[in-house]
Design a protein around this ligand. Structure first.
Ligand code: NAP
Length: 487
């Protein structure tokens, strides 16, 4: 059995309760109304946040639109670089906050600070590059001696709404590209993980970001998130989160740009020729890292029927290595999911699949918000746990007959975020690249493999096919102006 470590020592966990504030363009909001943030692991209060209200929403919009010192490329680069250095200095402190408020294992939280470092690094580098193009106009019989030039201008105001599952990286994936192009942001982070978000906002102010460039607001949805999404003065809403909220935002936003990075139920597809040790490693990392709470976590393990039995045997042995327990313990590999309600939901989808004939062969035990890495076999193809997104450390295994069956099975759900394929057969690899209806196909890697600047995002219910990643997000936060001149 994979084990749940008993709550024992404090593992250097700070017992301090953070008292934090929302900010309107650098001004702290002091409020009677406070949000209490509790550890999903032991329910202790890890912090409080002074909440904003509708008047702060209006003030944040006005401050951003009023603007301030226009930042040169070098200014933007310097701020992002300074922020990167501050992050490196404080990565342990920030990792502890991530782990305390999200229940993610401390090793995952430290890993996340490394990803956030790369976001700042790449955004800084990209901010220095020229983003224009030149089109000569004398290139057809009807052409003439002119040139058309393009330049990118910042938008007036971006609203960025982020989820809980990567409390730091999701926030920086929106703010850093916006800073790189000079677009002011109002951030509305998840209520479940606000402390990390506010910490990074403070760090950016400290790095020299002019205050008009960034506000962070938390409070009632009808006073903060909803009015921001609907406001015609906002040029873009960049949202990462669940499908239902994303679709709601798409319909509420009206005439403005909307970027939607939504849920997934990514497969790892293991062909009969696969390197089995690699397949087992990728399936386990993909299923259990970050407590299975990545949009690109492996949500379905699809295995060729010829190698199913040997794969399962090796996979169970590997899954036992993913000890689950106190997130603050450096030995813990799988912390909690975000809250007990989510763990109970995950338990219920496992139970439903079992009632349909599936078998739990490892894990499945729940203690509060801790859910053991759970391996389930003989999962019916129409089970809720594989048709919908199961945001937790579940590893459902389904076998397939041949590549046609694997492609059909993979494409059979409403999602289309990413995929991982384990094969050494080039013909198989090319067919998957061409025929999977997803935003990304990674051969011999987990679906979540990326670098922070490469294009990222899904299709179908996972998104509108508009990519993020530092470079694409910078494009989203600008509009292209053209001008032409005789030449
Ligand atoms: P969520 O429930 O959709 O919440 C995301 C954000 O939306 C939160 O800040 C939430 O605020 C806010 N929100 C809720 N109702 C809103 C409304 N009516 N108008 C505007 N904003 C609203 O998602 P989650 O549970 O935090 O995150 C998990 C989901 O995110 C999963 O489905 C995961 O796959 C997806 N995700 C996708 C990607 C990607 O790149 N494709 C990356 C990471 C995660 P409150 O906290 O105040 O409710």
């Amino acid at each position: 059995m994979s084990t749940i470590l008993a709550p024992t020592v404090t593992h250097g966990r700070s017992q301090e309760t953070l008292d934090m504030h929302c900010y309107v363009a650098g001004t702290k909001i002091v409020s009677e109304k406070k949000l209490e943030v509790r550890s999903p692991y032991d329910r202790r209060v890890v912090g409080t946040v002074h909440l904003a209200n509708a008047s702060h929403t209006e003030a944040a919009i006005l401050a951003a639109l009023k603007g301030g010192k226009k930042l040169t490329r070098y200014d933007r680069y310097s701020i992002l670089e300074k922020a990167r250095h501050l992050l490196v200095e404080r990565k342990e402190e920030i990792a502890k906050i991530i782990s305390a408020e999200s229940g993610l294992a401390i090793r995952e939280a430290i890993y996340e600070t490394g990803r956030a470092h790369d976001v700042l690094l790449f955004a800084g580098i990209e901010s220095l590059k020229d983003d224009g193009q030149i089109f000569s106009c004398d290139i057809s019989p009807s052409g003439k001696a002119r040139k058309i030039f393009t330049l990118r201008e910042p938008l007036s105001l971006a609203v960025c709404i982020t989820p809980f599952n990567h409390p730091l990286n999701q926030v920086l994936h929106k703010i850093a590209p916006a800073i790189a192009v000079g677009t002011p942001v109002i951030l509305k982070p998840s209520e479940k993980t606000p402390l990390t978000a506010i910490k990074i906002v403070e760090l950016l102010y400290e790095a020299g970001l002019p205050h008009y460039m960034l506000s962070v607001l938390l409070g009632p949805t009808n006073e903060i998130a909803e009015p921001l999404v609907k406001d015609p003065r906002v040029d873009i809403v960049s949202f990462t989160g669940s499908v239902p909220v994303g679709k709601h935002i798409a319909s509420a936003a009206g005439y403005k740009k909307v970027i939607l990075e939504l849920g997934g139920n990514d497969p790892v597809i293991i062909m009969e020729d696969a390197d089995l040790d690699l397949a087992v490693y990728l399936a386990a990392e993909g299923s259990f890292r970050n407590s299975g709470q990545r949009c690109t976590a492996v949500k379905r393990i699809l295995v060729h029927e010829k190698i199913k039995d040997v794969f399962i045997e090796k996979f169970v042995a590997k899954a036992k290595e993913y000890t689950c327990g106190d997130p603050a313990d450096p030995e813990t590999r799988v912390g909690t999911v975000i809250d007990e309600a989510s763990a109970i939901y995950l338990e219920s989808v496992v139970n439903k699949a079992v009632a349909q004939g599936a078998k739990v062969i490892l894990g499945g035990k729940r203690t509060g918000a801790l859910l053991e890495p759970t391996v389930i076999v003989d999962v019916p193809r129409d089970a809720d746990m594989v048709v919908h997104e199961s945001f937790g450390p579940l590893a459902p295994i389904i076998s397939f007959r041949d590549i046609d069956d694997a492609i059909a099975l993979s494409n059979s759900t409403a999602y289309g975020l990413s995929s991982g394929i384990v094969t050494n057969n080039m013909e198989y690899a090319l067919r998957f690249v061409k025929e999977l209806k997803v935003g990304t196909v990674n051969i011999n890697e987990v679906p979540g493999y990326r670098i922070e600047s490469s294009p990222f995002g899904g299709i179908k219910d996972s998104g509108l096919g508009i990519k993020e990643g530092v470079i694409e997000a910078m494009k989203c936060f600008t509009f292209v102006k053209t001008f032409s001149m005789p030449w």
